[in-house]
Design a protein around this ligand. Structure first.
Ligand code: FES
Length: 106
């Protein structure tokens, strides 16, 4: 099964199994990764699943929707590689994807 690596702001690293088709937010919740909250359940309306996706996987990510862009504008430390993890579904090309988690979700 493909894996995702979440790296907490503290540096703690979680390498977890990620079923194809499942969102990275749900993968994090299923595995007890503390830096992803997912308060809205994945409906792109809370931004508590914010993460910084390693640039190596940038070309494989879906385009940001207008709603995702709008929600990201509200996060405290927006960066070019900021994404909402509920909007990224696992696929084989994302094997090993690394997502750094922001300080605000500690
Ligand atoms: S879980 Fe709420 S925006 Fe992603």
């Amino acid at each position: 099964m493909p894996t995702v690596v979440f790296i907490e702001h503290s540096g703690d690293r979680f390498e977890v199994d990620a079923p194809i088709g499942k969102s990275l937010m749900q993968v994090a919740l299923d595995n007890g990764v503390p830096g992803i909250l997912g308060d809205c359940g994945g409906s792109c309306s809370c931004a508590t699943c914010h993460g910084y996706v390693d640039e190596r996987w940038a070309a494989e990510l879906p385009e940001k929707s207008e709603t995702e862009v709008f929600m990201l504008e509200g996060v405290p430390d927006l960066r070019p590689n900021s994404r909402l993890c509920c909007q990224i579904r696992m696929k084989p090309q994302l094997e090993g994807i690394v997502v750094h988690l922001p300080q605000e979700q500690v």
